[in-house]
Design a protein around this ligand. Sequence first.
Ligand code: FAD
Length: 395
Amino acid sequence: MMEDTADAVVIGGGPAGLMAAEVIAKGGAKVIVCDGKPSLGRKFLMAGKSGLNLTRTGDGDFLAAYTEAAPHLSEMIGAFGPQDVMVWAQELGQPLFTGTTGRVFPQVMKASPMLRAWLARLADAGVQVRTRHLWQGWEDGALVFSTPGGPRRLHAPVSVLALGGASWPRLGSDGMWTEALSRHGVRLAPFAPSNAALRVGWSSHMEAHFGQPLKSVALAAGPYNSRGEAILSQEGLEGGGIYAVSRGVREGHALSIDLVPDLSAEAIAAKLARVKGKPSQSARLRKALGFGPVKIALVNEYMRPMPQDFLHVAHALKSVSPNVAGVSGIENAISVAGGVRWDQVDPDLMLKAIPGAFCAGEMLDWEAPTGGYLLTACFASGRWAGQAALRRLQS
Ligand SMILES: Cc1cc2nc3c(=O)[nH]c(=O)nc-3n(C[C@H](O)[C@H](O)[C@H](O)COP(=O)(O)OP(=O)(O)OC[C@H]3O[C@@H](n4cnc5c(N)ncnc54)[C@H](O)[C@@H]3O)c2cc1C
């Protein structure tokens, strides 16, 4: 079997792993990045397809987005938070812009120029890359990979695992690493879809609206709520507003849609009453509230028979409850909940069961809404694990 040595091995060439490699290489150590796929950063590139939301500014309580994982991430994000992410991206030659809600994107929106510049900078710093190296686990202290040329072993005193979650498995993060960690006694929280679409049992009347946005609505599921839009699809509902509340549905709460979030029920009822003549319900909703075809279709789908008095109609418009069958599968989710439990790593993110092996990124047990929180935590934890690995190496 082919054998090789390095000061440090980073497994997983996504944003967390590359950040760890950068920090270790800057410290003067020989670092090899291994990835099972033929190229690095595939999910990062996919994230750029719909606008690479790197981070978020102006959120007074940025950490709150990480809910129960916030205490674990707070030092890391304190050390490398939204402002640091922005400076770092700009140093990679990426002019940024901040949207109205504080979300920060590269001006080109996509990830490919940034990833190219980053990989070039890593190569200049001496980082070696081994693609098509699928990590299988440890054997006699060595990291074992299956490669097209047969099995290979790498020996290194420190390693950073940045193997991602288990959504979009075709991009490389397929969660198969859980078997190797479990074999070594590392306890894991089960994966669950996070920032996922919702499955809805539509009637055939809704087909005409698939692909259309439901705009200016407020969504809620249990304690999670969002303002924004949802896209109707054959499977159900998707889009940023839905992802933000999908955790609530996953936890068993019903989805509620407020079709007129800016008006009270009384104000809606007054507007409905002011429409003259005896128009159809749809025409009244169009005239009084400016409803378009998608909102009207939703009313027809879920508000039949329509209440008779306007105040009842108004209340119903503010809490439409679609027939949600559940959260869509993990393979299509933006991210995952679950992964390496926090009690399995020390404050340096080193696995207690495997001294010298650190974890970073989405493979750790945290979740957050979309909006730049995901990448920020991946960068911050990658940097944190890389710094700790370097310290251990140097001591
Ligand atoms: C469609 C989409 C849009 C998104 N948009 C955004 C956004 O705008 N903003 C945002 O903040 N986040 C976004 N995300 C989420 C973000 O991309 C991820 O949270 C982030 O990429 C996770 O980084 P990571 O380094 O932890 O893991 P990953 O990026 O998943 O990288 C893990 C790497 O490990 C490799 N690997 C896995 N197993 C093995 C193994 N056994 N051996 C060797 N290599 C292995 C994989 O090939 C992969 O390269 C989006 C995600 C998707 C799917």
